[in-house]
Design a protein around this ligand. Sequence first.
Ligand code: ADP
Length: 504
Amino acid sequence: MFRKVLVANRGEIALRVIRACRELGVATVAVHSEADAAAPHVRAADEAVCVGPPPSAQSYLLGDRIIAVARERGAEAIHPGYGFLSERAWFARAVREAGLVFIGPPAEAIEAMGSKTAARQLAVAAGVPVVPGTTESVGDAQEALALAEAYGFPVLLKAAAGGGGKGMRVVRDAGALEGALGAARREAQNAFGDDAVYIEKYIEGPRHVEVQVLADMHGTVLHLGERECSVQRRHQKMIEEAPSVAVDPALRARMGATAVAAARAAGYVNAGTCEFLLDRDGAYYFLEMNTRIQVEHPVTELVMGLDLVQWQLRIAAGERLPFAQEALVPHGWAMECRITSEDAVNGFLPSTGRVTHLRLPGGPGVRWDGGIEVGTDVGLYYDPMLAKLIVHAPSRPLAIARMRRALGELAVGGVETTRDFHLRVLAHPDFQSGAISIQWLEQHLEELTRPDAPPEVRRLAALAAVLAAQDGRPSGGGGASPPVMAGTGGGWAAAARRDGLRLP
Ligand code: ADP
């Protein structure tokens, strides 16, 4: 095993990697921007080095600077986390050329899966089913029209270099094609510096089901079952679970074998994820392979009972995977809610401010992977994801009940969060019965973002109102309010009093 690892990331994933290292007896070097000098990951690591000003282009994305820090501090390997430098083939190559180990796949595998069109070509060659569509980028609008008519509307325009849902446009009829093509190209050029766009058939009402893969350097490639990530807004995941209500053991085995075939075709090593669309008839289509640890990896860890980040380190250090595929069976049900600093009631507007209070959920089966603490300044420089709340329970209904209980315990003061939004989703009959698709959330956005408080929150608000009354202070708003109130704008307490709510 390595003696020292540099963690090239921030927030919850940097902490996650540092924790895995500590348990393996590996020392850690954190890097950080000037804005993050007091961040939790900086204090959690054994050493920390400031690499630049707040904008990530001048700090967390400075690959060469970060490699230099690793060498100066005697780190033997670099863990990139997700985002930032994690899927940049040039960085993986530069790390290797500096005589260090990149804790992730080889640069060549990142390249092979980096372009959506190249990944589709590779998948087709490996016999992996892909969404009907082109494997090359399209030329002019006329060519695009001919292709769209051949596949049949609706179609989806996608940036070849895409990611994060950018550069994607659904086109429902011929008249809208030319305008959408121009818009997708412009967005792709702005986001990725590459305006190549290709066409796929737009699948109506599918689920997003992805398969976790682990591959060692010695030719063993295993799959760890699926994650269901259909609760999405603007193609961004919000709630993930493992397993999926739509996948039985036979389908799990088939999708798993497909993911393993795709990973082998790319010469994959380390942890990776094959994303699929699963349609209503049980047919599935490869979308892309994410060549990194993913945000939602904990749900797989909980149902499989293993530590994926530690396995990333072990694989990078040359260890062999000791598991038999048949032994990798999910146990129970795990669910994750992404807690972001967004105001769901106001169109998911980013919310900024200082975290004034933080009450974390606990109890059986609850895991908090967070990157904030009281005093953390939540700004606009970085991703709005503050933390992930993850639960594990024997069954899906019990996991939902546990998540609702845990979200009810959570209180973040000083910034708006998506807590109440998650509570609404979890209370919805469609979610509870598992009748969801990737379009479900957008179709129900209005009822899921109502400004009144969910019952779990009203109970807390009632408690806060009582405490405030005992204190002889008005409840709600401001730093002087009790912890359970802050950050919810104070409106819930007023609502609770109006509703005549009493503590049980
Ligand atoms: P990105 O890399 O930008 O995240 P993906 O190809 O992974 O793009 O797609 C993101 C999301 O967009 C998917 O999870 C799914 O919700 C939706 N999507 C992608 N391709 C299709 C398709 N052909 N039909 C319908 N929805 C799609």
